[in-house]
Design a binder for this molecule. Sequence first.
Ligand code: SF4
Length: 200
Amino acid sequence: MKSNLKLKLELKPSIEGKAIKRLMLHVCCAPDATVPFRDLKSEDWSEILGYFYGSNIHPEEEYRRRAETLAFLSEGEGVAVCLRPYDPEEWFARAAPLAEEPEGGERCALCFSLQLEAAAAEGRRCGATHLATTLSISPHKNVTLISRLGREASISCGLTWEDRIWRKRDGFLRSVQISKELGLYRQNYCGCLYSMAHGR
Ligand code: SF4
């Protein structure tokens, strides 16, 4: 793994007298993080940190490929990303009862919650003030649901929800272009075992 990827993030100490805005950005994959990383870096955040959940990804070889692609992007863009240890059993224990759900249904709502709650908890642990997610860059995902779940996860951890819809203003198209320029691996299915048959 590249040096910008960490198992645990440690934030810088506060700067006295200055309002600190520390953003924990939940990252679903490297291609979807391209536009958020670049846009957020142009704003007035004191610090931006990424968090990759990953335990929904199947099989492990695919998880590794996505994590390595994210490590490459993290290094190139200068945004540190925390990798949660891969634990597919934990994800399957929660999601398997919803195996027959269609993509976009109850299983995906649970999956979003697991990812956002884990990112919010890590944000609280390391002193973040805000939470956002890259999930909203996808034209296939329900951004109203993502916003609601993100806000709930933020509140439960004492964070402020930063409600960004990254697919606005051609965000998805830009992410495809940047991914091509950087030669990033772009997967053709959402991530879990159940989504493999619905590759897009
Ligand atoms: S299709 Fe994607 S969002 Fe839905 S459960 Fe699978 S990995 Fe999660």
